[in-house]
Write a protein that binds this ligand. Structure first.
Ligand code: 6GP
Length: 835
């Protein structure tokens, strides 16, 4: 890091203090800043300021404010010398920043007035912003919620990630098929600060030479290979109603400015020196678009090491400035591994301590394991990362040696505890003795951390009794824990549903609930207040009208806002079972078609809304999208059906669309095969916005049920403890599909929804290939439960009461609670309270 240590001498500091920048606090000050940015930063004027420019200037005005607080926060933390948390995540699904910044610093009304004075509408300005979509789904959005909570609770914390030039692709639906379009989001991003002075050179490839030092100790030297430079870009993260402003540091790759390039250049090899540059920039070029799937690509491993090495260099440099002894490192630093993607950090820190700083292995290893915590986000085997030993050897030769040593010492302790248990040794070895040999990253993360946690109770139980059970025997149960996920109520209630937030504030004594979500429980006291319930229902209706307009505008389909809005928006995955939902929709369509017109008149109108991206290489998920769209094309223009059923596929589901969709749902679907969804977090968002859930006994649905009461949720389907037996029976017994589901399949195969071959594999997966996700087992109870939903929705008064009661009992699911649990149980960090 070539950062300059420029500290102003005492006598000159007065001049600085006199001119200290204080952010605007009123409308006039805000307008002045906006106009200044339009006229100078953007070089425009009132004659050519469009909404885009107004958005940019508004954002810059807020960014200036944030960075002032950011500087003070960093100063405060450095002076206090308290322990910091570093959250390492390959994904941060941030969404938009402006609205969030305005609300968190409490100046949205000021900005609204100012923007109005200057000739624009705040809603239009907010809509100008491109989502920062540096993530796939749940894992990345959780990281973003955590950043909001860390700042809001005044924890000294930094996020570290990659500054992808292309975030998750944009999804277009063309003729019913998903088409991927690159998401270049950096044209103009007012929220980042390039730190061209904060750079780290990262090494790849090369070889390891060993030598003896003067005491006869063997020292490893990693030499040769190639160097890529990491450049820091910082994004300020404002806390809600606090001056604390934390940092998200994202690394961007560029060619090293070392002599190598220059030499090539001077030798006239211009092309190849430019090619080198492009190759270096490729590292941070694109986010891998897989959710819950590991593809084992070399570039992905390069991304991981690049990001982890730069972050650790940064963390270690900061620690060294404090001049403390190495053994105090874990008193200053807690590093959380967001899934196994950053696991090389364990190896890198050991390498820094042993090879560069000269510590003894054991002393270094103590420091390493006291520093790291590891969060697991899935039990799906296809998502558990493994890297071929050969690839690791080639790309990171020294790291592979260290991994082998870590494994050797670990297996020695296992051998001591379980003598002669060869099976145990093979089962827990970090190296899988397969063809080719593989490094098991989850095992490395467990061995390298002092705590391992799952993300909901069921999930944490499952990891301890299935995929990691031998590690529980080895390390003891204390090392394993649960921290149930949460969501930030600032974005997912206050920002997404401002009217509901105001109504809640009026009944709970102000906006305190946004800082302490358990205060929502006061809402139950107002449940018999007719005017309150009426307004509650009106807000839901208004949110549905807004979505109705959006559907009309984007899809030219007219839906009835009084219909029941049934929503399933999330990544498309067989385990999440959008196929169960669409089969259920087809079943409903067939039932409606079979009715007499009189009978039909008695039915409840429903809109089935889907949204979500499929990984580009996930063929079955793409078939599911195709079927949903084809069903919509038939149903939506069937004159027999009219309003009674509409099927909508919302294109390009992302964070900002979620902010519009979630508040408009009556019922949302969280229907994964039991034991597959680690937690789910959108389930929490939907309930918090006054919608009910239809769901399986999976992930956080179970805890949501416990909190809100089972009378307020529609649960159905197989329990996780029965899944294995059913799967076994499908394969080895006789597996039959009931007649209702068969009718659905027959309809698909008759060509009603287009070329039947397009959906052959989807049907066969259930009917002929073992039905791994238990669609056939759960179909009937799903249909029956949907019938109950219809019945209960007709009693609107009781429905609204259920919604209110549910919201009142959602306090537990704040990411603030969740972060406090991590802080106390895993990181051992305290907030730095601001006076
Ligand atoms: C997801 C889980 O699938 C989801 O259930 C959970 O709510 C979320 O993580 C946050 O904990 N996992 C992933 O997105 C993933 O890719 C490797 O895990």
């Amino acid at each position: 890091v070539k950062s300059v240590e420029a500290s102003i001498p005492e006598p000159q500091r007065e001049a600085w203090k006199k001119h200290q920048v204080e952010g605007f606090t009123d409308k006039d000050g805000f307008e002045k800043e906006v106009v200044r940015h339009v006229e100078t930063t953007l070089a425009r004027s009132l004659f050519n300021c469009d909404e885009g420019a107004a958005y940019s200037a508004t954002s810059l005005a807020f960014r200036d404010r944030l960075i002032t607080e950011w500087n003070r926060t960093q100063q405060r933390q450095t002076t206090a010398d308290t322990k910091r948390v570093y959250y390492l995540s390959l994904e941060f699904l941030m969404g938009r920043a402006l609205d969030n910044a305005m609300l968190n610093v409490g100046l949205k009304d000021v900005a609204r007035g100012g923007i109005d004075d200057l000739g624009f509408r705040i809603e239009d300005i907010i809509e100008q912003e491109h989502d920062a979509a540096l993530g796939n789904g749940g894992l990345g959005r959780l990281a973003a919620c955590f950043l909001d909570s860390l700042a809001s609770l005044n924890y000294p914390a930094w996020g570290y990630g990659l500054r992808y030039r292309y975030g998750i692709f944009k999804q277009e639906i063309i003729n019913g098929y998903q088409v991927e379009v690159p998401d270049y989001w950096l044209d103009f991003n007012p929220w980042e600060f390039p730190r061209h002075d904060v750079t780290v050179d990262i090494q790849f490839y090369g070889n390891v030479r060993k030598s003896q030092d003067e005491n006869g100790k063997t020292v490893a030297h990693w030499e040769g290979g190639e160097i890529v430079t990491a450049v820091a870009y910082d994004m300020p993260i404002p806390g809600y109603a606090t001056p604390s402003t934390n940092n998200l540091r994202l690394w961007s790759s560029k060619a090293s400015s070392g002599e190598f390039d220059f030499q090539k250049f001077n030798n006239g090899d211009y092309e190849s020196s430019v090619a080198d540059q492009q190759r270096a920039e490729t590292i941070s070029a694109v986010l891998y678009p897989n959710d819950n799937l590991d593809r084992g690509k070399e570039l992905r491993l390069k991304q991981q090491y690049f990001w982890v090495a730069a972050s650790l260099y940064d963390i270690v440099r900061r620690f060294k400035k404090s001049k403390r002894a190495w053994r105090e490192f874990p008193d200053q630093v807690a590093i959380q591994l967001n899934d196994t993607h950053p696991t090389l950090a364990v190896v890198e820190l050991q390498r820094i301590l042993v090879d560069i700083e000269g510590l003894e292995w054991d002393e270094a290893w103590n420091i390493v394991t006291s520093t790291f915590g590891y969060t697991n986000h899935t039990v799906l085997p296809e998502a558990l990362e493994k890297w071929p030993v050969g690839l690791m050897q080639h790309l990171l030769p020294r790291h592979l040696q260290i991994i082998y040593d870590i494994n050797l010492f670990f297996l020695q302790t296992v051998e001591k505890k379980f003598p002669n248990d060869r099976e145990m040794l093979t089962s827990v070895s970090i190296i899988e003795e397969s063809q080719p040999k593989m490094v098991r990253m989850a095992y490395l993360a467990i061995v390298g951390s002092h705590k391992v946690n799952g993300v909901a109770e069921l999930h944490s139980d499952l990891i301890q009794t299935t995929i990691f059970k031998d590690f529980v025997k080895i390390f003891g149960a204390d090392k394993f824990t649960n921290v149930t996920n949460g969501i930030t109520p600032r974005r997912w209630l206050h920002q997404a549903n401002p009217r509901l937030s105001e109504l809640i504030a009026s009944k709970t004594g102000g906006h305190e609930f946004l800082k302490d979500l358990t205060q929502l429980n006061k809402l139950e006291l107002s449940i018999d207040d007719d005017a309150f319930r009426k307004e509650w229902a009106e807000i839901k209706y208004a949110n549905k009208v807004r979505l109705t307009k959006y559907i009309k505008k984007t899809l030219d389909v007219t839906v009835n806002p009084a219909a029941l809005f049934d929503v399933q928006v999330k990544r498309i995955h067989e385990y999440k079972r959008q196929q169960l939902n669409i089969f259920g929709v087809i079943h409903r369509y067939l039932a409606l078609k079979a009715m007499s017109p009189e009978e039909r008149k008695k039915q409840l109108p429903r809109v089935s809304i889907f949204g979500g991206k499929a990984a580009p290489g996930y063929w079955m998920a793409k078939q599911i999208i195709h079927l949903i769209n084809n069903v919509g094309a038939v149903v939506n223009k069937d004159p027999d059906i009219g309003d009674l059923l509409k099927v909508i596929y919302l294109e390009d589901y992302n964070v900002s669309k979620a902010e519009m969709i979630v508040p408009a749902s009556d019922l949302s679907e969280h229907i994964s095969t039991a034991g597959t969804e680690a937690s789910g977090t959108s389930n929490m968002k939907f309930v918090l916005n006054g919608g009910l859930i239809i769901g399986t006994c999976d992930g956080a649905n179970i805890e949501i049920t416990r909190e809100i009461g089972q009378e307020n949720i529609f649960l159905f389907g197989t329990l996780s403890e029965d899944v294995e037996d059913l799967r076994h029976a499908h394969t080895y017994g006789s597996h039959t599909v009931d007649s209702d589901l068969n009718k659905v399949f027959d309809t698909i195969q008759s060509g009603t929804f287009g070329e039947p071959n397009d959906f052959g594999a989807m049907v066969a997966a259930v009917r002929d290939h073992g039905d791994f996700y238990l669609v056939s087992d759960d179909f009937q109870s799903y249909i029956d439960t949907q019938k109950m939903v219809d019945t209960e929705y007709r009693n609107q008064d009781e429905w609204v009461r259920k919604c209110i009661r549910s919201v009142a009992r959602m306090g537990f699911f704040s990411s603030d609670r969740c972060i406090n649990e991590y802080a106390e149980g895993i990181w051992n960090v305290e907030p730095l309270v601001v006076k």
